[in-house]
Design a protein around this ligand. Structure first.
Ligand SMILES: [Zn+2]
Length: 71
């Protein structure tokens, strides 16, 4: 008891491009490291649109690979 008054902070991340903290971070890249867990690169929604798509084919299959039929 005692620390029940703390409110959880919103997931604020810093944009990797414009370096502005955003409350709506978008994952643009995931960096894997040999030692320890990797880290996720975030960008604000405005930058995420212009950010180049990931080229990781293993984890991100191309949407064009799915032939979506009309029916
Ligand atoms: Zn940004």
């Amino acid at each position: 008891m005692g620390t029940g008054d703390r409110k959880p902070r919103p997931p604020v991340r810093m944009c990797v491009r414009c370096e502005v903290t955003t409350e709506t971070p978008v994952v643009v890249a995931v960096v894997h490291q040999n030692s320890g867990p990797g880290f996720v690169v975030y960008a604000c929604q405005e930058c995420a649109v212009r950010y180049p798509p990931q080229r990781d084919v293993l984890t991100a299959p191309r949407p064009s690979d799915r032939t979506e039929g009309g029916r």
